[in-house]
Write a new protein. Structure first.
Length: 158
C-alpha cells in the first residue's frame, strides 16, 4: 500500500478544519497509509524584514527536509497547476514505478525554503486564487482522496 505523508508547518486551529481533515483521513485509510506531520512555525516579529523571513524559511526547511521521504511534492504558489485527473495520474504513476512514499509539503504562511522546493520532484499550486493558509491541508487531503477515487473508478469524482 502506498504511503502518503503530509508535512505541514503550523497547526490547525479551527475545529471545523480539524473535523474536515479527520473525515478525509478516514476515507483515505482504504487507499493508503497516511501520516500527517505538523511542524512548529518559526516565530517572527510583527513586521519581519526579508532577512528574518528567509532565516525562518531556512530553519523550517531544515526541519521539513529531515522528515521527507520518497517523491516530494512541494505545495507552492508558483508551482504547476494540475487537474484532479492529472494529479491522480501522477500519484498512480509514482506508485507503479515503485515509489513507496509520496510526501506533500505545505509551508508556513511565508512559503517554503528554496531548498525544499529544489528537493521536490514537483512544485504544485492549487490555484492562482488566494486561500486561507489553514485551508490548504483540507483542500490537499480532498484532492488526494479524489485522486484515489479517480484511479479506482469510484463515483466521487463524477
Amino acid at each position: 500500500m502506498l504511503s502518503v505523508k503530509i508535512i505541514a508547518v503550523g497547526k490547525l486551529k479551527e475545529k471545523y478544519l480539524r473535523d474536515a481533515c479527520a473525515e478525509y483521513i478516514k476515507r483515505l485509510s482504504r487507499y493508503c497509509t497516511l501520516q500527517i506531520i505538523e511542524l512548529s512555525e518559526y516565530r517572527l516579529p510583527d513586521n519581519p524584514s526579508e532577512k528574518e523571513i528567509q532565516k525562518a524559511l531556512s530553519e523550517e526547511g531544515k526541519d521539513i527536509l529531515k522528515r521527507c521521504s520518497g517523491m516530494i511534492i512541494a505545495m507552492c504558489i508558483e508551482g504547476k497547476q494540475l487537474s484532479s485527473v492529472k494529479l491522480s495520474e501522477k500519484i498512480t504513476s509514482a506508485a507503479a514505478q515503485g515509489t513507496g512514499c509520496i510526501t506533500f509539503v505545505i509551508g508556513s504562511s511565508c512559503g517554503l525554503a528554496e531548498e525544499v522546493k529544489s528537493a521536490a520532484a514537483l512544485r504544485l499550486s492549487m490555484s492562482e486564487m488566494t486561500f486561507p493558509h489553514q485551508l490548504a491541508r483540507v483542500m490537499l487531503l480532498e484532492q488526494i482522496y479524489r485522486s484515489f477515487q479517480i484511479a479506482s473508478g469510484g463515483k466521487y469524482h463524477k
